[in-house]
Design a protein around this ligand. Structure first.
Ligand SMILES: [Zn+2]
Length: 544
């Protein structure tokens, strides 16, 4: 199969298609703060398959019980349509034999048709870390590849520290690759393990290797110079047909190269096939879903898929984009499953308001529209920030049109916190051994007065519980509404009256996400406003 199309002009051999190899489950999980259960790993694998990546590196069988359980359950529970699972491991030990090597045995027994082994390509690491000869370094790689090929497996070789090694001793680095190639390796993956390379070095090194050997070449890159994505594109331009990276760029230190923009750039900008046609529109939801599983918030500024990637703020610009989107957006956001957003803020002109109102099917006359713009400016001055609270903004516009929520009318609420002291393991200060918060909500639904009590580990939690207790019977859809994030920020207002608190709450019904806001000098009052907006918005929009 000839994956390379010669481009006569540049002399470069740019491929028509590139294999996407995801290592979120192994390299990505090295990021500080990520700790994946086996269930998490299975859920992420499903997402990767939904995106259509070619390979999913599942972990290192034999290195820990979790990875063993993953491969075991993956075979029974996963029904992958597009992706193939890969087991990762290392070459045989120094002076060891392949047929009694535990790592190689585990790899061969992992039940995956494809395996990837890492080995040393930098002479310095062979002599200093392995403390052996360069010839033995080459033999460790070649023997291991041959052993795994004889088992009928597809074998990838991750040449560790290749770019640094090639600079230090190109002859040795190439000899390691030759040994693997002669043993039948299916792809030679050049790794920038320290992540310090820049695109020109990646391009020239890949170019040298591609010219030297017929075996397909891949790249495995880290983002330590902030060039992870650019390095991947440079590698492909020089002839690499396989790219290893992670979703959202998770990985040790500053991360691996981010497959999300790599897939989009190769497919949409460079005309190189990556994931199967028709899967690209899953890019945004997969990126966000994986973020949720690893329990990180999705980066709103992530290229292509971030919530702000196609957000437009300036008033003039907004009125133009509503007429000609291609004038202000580098791609059609729908291609990657994202969408255009008009950001509402005091900077936005009337045209943004009109667009928002039209989106909601509301027709506001000129006078009302001017009032809304003025109200928005006043509220933003007081500390509100509607850019981050689209749901509260919608309620504001609805209210301006004369709408009133008729789900319930609040009479009052109260909150009390009980704290029982103890050492709690903190030697320098006493902490609560038991904190319980109780909230009471009194409200009216039509002619009926309801008093409900809720408990929680904090005031918001308890108020949320009380409110659900009061409304739950009438509105069972609330069971599907969950608060996913709660952010508090203390603001110095320009009025000079001291600090106010701004609370942002993110909510979801599992399908849609929305954000609401409250501002007050009192944190509980601010939280209450955001909480009520969240529930009212949910009642308006969740289909029962
Ligand atoms: Zn790595």
């Amino acid at each position: 199969m000839n994956m390379l199309a010669d481009t006569a002009v540049s002399g470069r051999r740019v491929p028509n298609s590139v294999e996407i190899y995801d290592t979120t489950l192994r390299d990505g999980a090295q990021l500080e703060g990520i700790s994946l259960t086996v269930d998490d790993k299975l859920r992420i694998a499903e997402q990767l398959d939904r995106l259509g990546v070619h390979y999913i590196e599942g972990g290192w069988p034999g290195s820990n019980p979790k990875d063993d359980e993953f491969f075991d359950r993956a075979q029974k529970e996963l029904n992958l349509v597009n992706s193939q699972l890969v087991a990762f491991g290392s070459t045989r030990r120094v002076k060891g034999r392949v047929d009694d090597d535990l790592t190689l045995a585990k790899l061969a027994g992992a039940g995956t048709g494809t395996v990837c082994i890492v080995g040393k390509a930098w002479d310095y690491h062979v002599t200093e870390a392995l403390r052996t000869t360069l010839d033995e370094g080459i033999a460790m790689v070649a023997d291991s590849v041959r052993f795994l090929k004889e088992k009928g497996l597809r074998v990838f070789f991750d040449a560790e520290h290749f770019f640094d090694g090639y600079e230090a001793n190109p002859e040795f680095a190439l000899s390691v690759l030759e040994g693997a190639a002669i043993s039948g390796v299916d792809c030679l993956v050049l790794c920038d393990t320290n992540g310090g390379s820049l695109p020109d070095r990646v391009e020239s090194t890949v170019d040298d290797v591609v010219r030297h050997l017929d075996t397909p070449v891949g790249v495995h890159l880290h983002n330590d110079t902030g060039c992870g994505v650019a390095n991947a594109l440079a590698g492909v331009l020089a002839g690499a047909t396989h790219v290893q990276g992670t979703i959202n760029g998770y990985g040790e230190r500053v991360g691996n190269c981010d497959l999300v923009p790599i897939i989009a750039n190769l497919s949409l900008k460079m005309g190189i096939t990556t994931v199967p046609l028709g899967y690209m529109h899953n890019l945004t939801s997969v990126a966000h879903h994986v973020a949720e599983i690893v329990n990180f918030s999705a980066d709103p500024q992530q290229p292509y898929v971030g919530a702000k990637a196609f957000a437009h703020k300036a008033g003039l610009h907004t009125s133009a984009i509503s007429r000609r989107s291609d004038a202000y957006e580098h791609i059609d956001p729908e291609l990657v499953g994202n969408g255009t957003r008009f950001v509402v803020s005091e900077m936005a002109g009337r045209s943004t308001m009109e667009l928002k109102a039209a989106e909601l099917g509301l027709h506001l006359d000129m006078g009302t529209m001017n009032d809304v713009v003025q109200t928005l400016k006043d509220l933003e001055f007081a500390g509100y920030h509607f850019e981050a609270a689209d749901a509260s903004f919608e309620l504001l516009i609805r209210a301006a049109s004369g709408w009133e929520q008729d789900f319930f009318q609040l009479e009052s609420f109260s909150v009390s916190v009980g704290h029982r002291s103890g050492s709690g393991g903190r030697a320098w200060n006493e902490v609560a051994v038991d904190v319980e918060t109780e909230a009471e909500v009194k409200l009216w639904i039509g002619e009926e007065r309801i008093v409900a009590t809720g408990y929680g580990n904090g005031p918001i939690n308890a108020l949320d519980a009380a409110l659900r207790q009061a409304l739950g019977e009438r509105h069972p859809v609330l069971e599907r509404l969950h608060l996913t994030d709660y952010k508090v920020r203390v603001l110095e207002t320009s009025r000079g009256t001291g600090a106010v608190t701004r609370v942002l709450i993110d909510s979801t019904d599992g399908e849609h996400n929305w954000s609401t806001i409250g501002v007050s000098e009192n944190i509980i009052e601010a939280s209450w406003q955001a909480l009520v907006d969240s529930i009212v918005y949910g009642l308006l929009h969740i289909d029962s």
